[in-house]
Design a protein around this ligand. Sequence first.
Ligand code: ZN
Length: 69
Amino acid sequence: MNKEEEKMSSLDKCPKCDNKELKKGIVNSSFGVVHMFPIENQRSQSSPISSMYCAKCGYILEWYVDNPE
Ligand SMILES: [Zn+2]
């Protein structure tokens, strides 16, 4: 387990509706996964973007670039 996954597991409930069922999602467009590129080097390796969201109200709690470096 890497650092990012440890950070995600520190979330325990939705701040909007107090629902405790949170899901991890991958941000997707109709053409595929949306990727983040560093703006100073947009030809470098991109990273998928994932998020944690509430399974009840759909509120997105956090966004993560999976490979920030
Ligand atoms: Zn919620």
